[in-house]
Design a protein around this ligand. Structure first.
Ligand code: ZN
Length: 645
C-alpha cells in the first residue's frame, strides 16, 4: 500500500516538475522585467510568538492572504528591534505576553508614527490601546460591527458569531465593533476599538481573530472529543458539519445566520482597519479572477452514474465554456463502479476529458466500516484512520491501473461527505480528514457540504465563508490543503437548485456576498438535474461568472497566495510597488489575477496608473461601499506606479 502512495507521490512530483518547466518556458517573455529590490516588504509585519495559549497566531497570515495582502512579513517577538519595526508601518501583534523592554519598544514605535493592531493584547499594553480591563471574560458570543463608522461602513450590520474568549474593556478611544453576549444582548463592551497614541494609531480586537476564523470554518474541536459523537443519524459516522450544527439548540455557527458570511466579514473588518491606519494606499489582490464577483465550481460525485452521464455532463459544461471535476465512485469493490464502467465503455475518454481541461478524481467511500456487516454494535462503529487510508490506497491504485496517464486529482469529496474525527494515533483531531487527504496529494477539499439529516442545508455558507482557505489542525499547524464550501448540492435543493444558485450569485453581484459557489451535480442523477444545470451555466455566462473545476480553483488560489507585493512606497503623492506573480498554473488557464488599489486616499484621487512604465487603463469597482481600481494581469513580474492628485 505504501508503495502505491510513493508511486503516486512520484507521479505528482514529476507532474509538478513538468509544470514548472512549462511555466518557465511560458514566462521567459516576462523574465526580463524582473528587478531585484532590497526593500522586500509590503509594509505589513505579522509578529508571532511561541504562545501555547494561542496556537492559531499563524492563521492571521492566512487571513492576510485571503484578504489579498500578499507579501506581508512575519517575525518572532524575540527578533524585534526598534530599527526593524520602523521598516513597517502596520504591525500586527498576535495574542502573546510581552516583556517590559518589548512594551517600551512597541510604545516608542507607535509614538513615532507606527500603527499597531493587537489581538487580545497583554495587559501591559492596555495603555497603548486606550483600554482598561474589567477582568471579565466572555466565552463565545456575538459581535456587531458599527457601520456608521467610516472605517467599517458597508460591512454586515447585524450580529455575527465569534468563537474563543473575549476580554472586556472600557475604552478611551472609539468603539467600532461591540461585543454581544448573545445575538440580541449587547454587553456594553468593545469587540474592536481604535485609539491614537503619540503620532501613531492602534486597534485592539478583544478576541483572537485567527482562532475565531479557524473554528467557524472547521467547527468546534471539542466536539471531536466527545465519545460516540458527533454522529450523523443517517450514516452512523461523522461529517464536518456535525462539528458546526448539531441541532437547533446547540448550533455552534448559528444556523439562523447561515446567509451571512460571518467569517469573511470579520476578516474584511481587519482589512478596513489596515487600510484606515495605513499611511499610504495599499495594493491588494482581489478574491477572484478577472474582477469577477463569484466563480461557479462545477463538480460531480459519480455515485454509479456511468460513462454516458459522465461524458454528457463534461460535454455540457464545456458547451458553456466551463470545466468540471468528477469524482469517480468505485464503491467497496464487490461490484463494478464508475472507474470500471468507463474503462469498459470508452477507455480513451479520460484522456480526452483531461485534455479538455476537466479534472478526474476519486469519490472515496469509507462507509463499509459502518455497514451491517460490521460485527460491532452500531454505537461502536466509527470511521477510523486506517480503514479510510486503505480505501484511499485501494481506489487510487484501481484508478491508476485503468488510467495510467491521468494526472492525480488535486480536489476531493468523499461519498456521504464523511469526515474523520481522529488522527493516525487515534487522538481526537477536527482536521484529521484534512491531514489524511493532504498526505495523499489532495490540495482542495470540498467536504464542507450543505447536507446532514435532519438538516438538509440552508441558503448560504455553513462555514461562514465564500472563500477558500487552508485547513489548520487543533494545534494550529496549517495544512497545505484548502477548504472551500459546497453550497449547491443537487440532492439537497432538488427543484430549487437553479433558484438557489441564482439567489447566491445575485447576492455576490449586488450585495457583496462574494463567493466561490460549488455545485455537486451527481452523474447518477444527471438527467434529472441537467435542465437546471444548464440554467445555472447560462446564468453564470451572462453574469461573467467563470465556470471552473477544482483544479482551476486550486491553481488560481495557490498562484494568488504565492504572489507577493514588495517595494511598496509612497513618495509625494505617488504610490509605487512591485508584484511578483510568476507562479504559473497546471491547467493552461490565463487565470486573470486582479490587483486592486484604493481609488481615493486621504482626500486625493487616483489620477495616472502605470504598469512597467506605461499608462494602463483600469476599471472601477465598489467593494462594500469602497471604490477600488481593478487591474487584471497574467502571471508575471510587474512594477506599478499610481499617482494621486
Ligand atoms: Zn457519493
Amino acid at each position: 500500500m505504501i508503495e502505491i502512495i510513493q508511486v503516486i507521490n512520484k507521479r505528482f512530483n514529476l507532474f509538478l516538475s513538468l509544470c514548472l518547466i512549462i511555466s518557465m518556458l511560458l514566462l521567459s517573455a516576462c523574465a526580463d522585467e524582473v528587478l531585484s529590490g532590497n526593500d522586500n516588504n509590503n509594509s505589513i509585519l505579522l509578529v508571532l510568538s511561541d504562545n501555547p495559549a494561542n496556537p492559531f497566531a499563524g492563521y492571521l497570515g492566512e487571513i492576510l492572504n485571503a484578504e489579498g495582502f500578499q507579501g506581508y512579513h512575519t517575525a518572532d517577538l524575540d527578533e524585534l528591534t526598534e530599527v526593524f519595526l520602523n521598516d513597517f508601518h502596520i504591525v500586527i501583534l498576535t495574542e502573546m505576553v510581552v516583556s517590559n523592554e518589548q512594551r517600551i519598544m512597541l510604545e516608542d514605535y507607535v509614538n513615532n508614527g507606527g500603527n499597531l493592531i493587537g489581538m487580545r493584547p497583554d495587559v501591559s499594553l492596555y495603555d497603548l490601546f486606550g483600554i482598561t480591563g474589567t477582568g471579565e471574560d466572555v466565552s463565545g458570543g456575538y459581535i456587531r460591527i458599527d457601520t456608521t463608522s467610516s472605517v467599517s461602513a458597508g460591512l454586515e450590520d447585524s450580529t455575527i458569531k465569534f468563537h474563543g474568549s473575549a476580554d472586556t474593556y472600557t475604552v478611551s478611544g472609539s468603539v467600532i465593533t461591540e461585543l454581544y453576549y448573545d445575538s440580541t444582548t449587547a454587553s456594553g463592551f468593545a469587540a474592536v476599538a481604535l485609539n491614537e497614541y503619540g503620532n501613531g494609531k492602534t486597534a485592539v480586537f478583544s478576541f483572537n481573530l485567527g482562532q475565531s476564523i479557524v473554528y467557524m470554518r472547521q467547527g468546534d474541536p471539542e466536539r471531536a472529543k466527545l465519545p460516540g459523537m458527533p454522529i450523523s443519524s443517517d450514516i452512523a459516522g461523522s461529517r464536518l458539519i456535525d462539528l458546526m450544527y448539531v441541532d437547533s439548540i446547540d448550533s455552534f455557527n448559528d444556523k439562523t445566520k447561515i446567509n451571512i458570511q460571518q467569517a469573511d466579514e470579520k476578516m474584511r473588518l481587519l482589512s478596513r482597519i489596515i487600510e484606515y491606519m495605513s499611511s499610504m494606499p495599499l495594493p491588494r489582490l482581489w478574491y477572484f479572477p478577472d474582477g469577477a464577483d463569484a466563480v461557479l465550481i462545477a463538480t460531480g460525485d459519480s455515485d454509479m452514474g456511468g460513462y454516458d452521464n459522465i461524458n454528457d455532463l463534461f460535454n455540457t459544461v464545456r458547451e458553456f465554456g466551463g470545466r468540471a471535476s468528477i469524482y469517480l465512485y468505485e464503491g467497496h469493490g464487490d461490484y463494478l463502479g464508475d472507474i470500471s464502467n468507463i474503462y469498459l465503455n470508452n477507455r480513451t475518454a479520460p484522456r480526452r476529458w483531461i485534455s479538455e481541461g476537466h479534472e478526474l478524481g476519486i469519490h472515496f467511500d469509507n462507509t463499509a466500516s459502518l455497514s451491517d456487516l460490521n460485527p460491532l454494535p452500531t454505537e461502536q462503529r466509527f470511521l477510523d484512520w486506517d480503514t479510510t487510508q486503505e480505501v484511499f490506497e485501494y481506489d487510487a491504485r484501481f484508478f491508476h491501473t485503468f488510467f495510467p496517464d491521468a494526472p492525480p486529482a488535486l480536489s476531493v469529496r468523499n461519498h456521504y461527505v464523511t469526515w474523520l474525527m481522529h488522527d493516525k494515533e487515534g487522538n481526537p483531531e477536527f482536521a484529521a480528514q484534512g491531514i489524511l487527504q493532504y498526505e495523499h496529494g489532495f490540495r482542495m477539499d470540498y467536504n464542507a457540504y450543505h447536507y446532514s439529516y435532519p438538516w438538509q442545508g440552508g441558503l448560504g455558507y455553513q462555514n461562514g465563508s465564500g472563500l477558500p482557505m487552508r485547513l489548520a489542525t487543533s494545534f494550529g499547524e496549517i495544512l497545505d490543503i484548502y477548504q472551500s464550501d459546497t453550497q449547491l448540492a443537487d440532492e439537497v435543493w432538488v427543484s430549487e437548485l437553479f433558484p438557489v444558485f441564482k439567489t447566491l450569485a445575485n447576492q455576490a453581484i449586488h450585495e457583496g456576498k462574494y463567493a466561490w459557489l460549488n455545485t455537486n451535480l451527481h452523474p447518477n442523477r444527471w438527467q434529472e438535474f441537467k435542465p437546471q444545470a444548464m440554467q445555472m451555466f447560462e446564468y453564470a455566462n451572462v453574469n461573467s461568472i467563470p465556470i471552473w473545476n477544482g483544479l482551476d480553483q486550486y491553481d488560481f488560489v495557490s498562484m494568488r497566495d504565492r504572489a507577493a507585493f514588495s517595494n511598496v512606497s509612497w513618495t509625494g503623492s505617488t504610490l509605487s510597488f512591485s508584484l511578483d506573480a510568476q507562479m504559473h498554473n497546471f491547467n493552461d488557464n490565463t487565470m486573470g489575477l486582479t490587483v486592486m488599489i484604493p481609488l481615493m486616499y486621504d482626500g486625493l484621487n487616483l489620477n495616472i496608473l502605470k504598469k512597467n512604465g506605461a499608462d494602463i487603463p483600469y476599471t472601477i469597482k465598489s467593494v462594500k461601499s469602497i471604490e477600488y481600481a481593478f487591474i487584471v494581469l497574467e502571471p508575471c513580474y510587474y512594477i506599478f506606479s499610481a499617482e494621486y492628485i
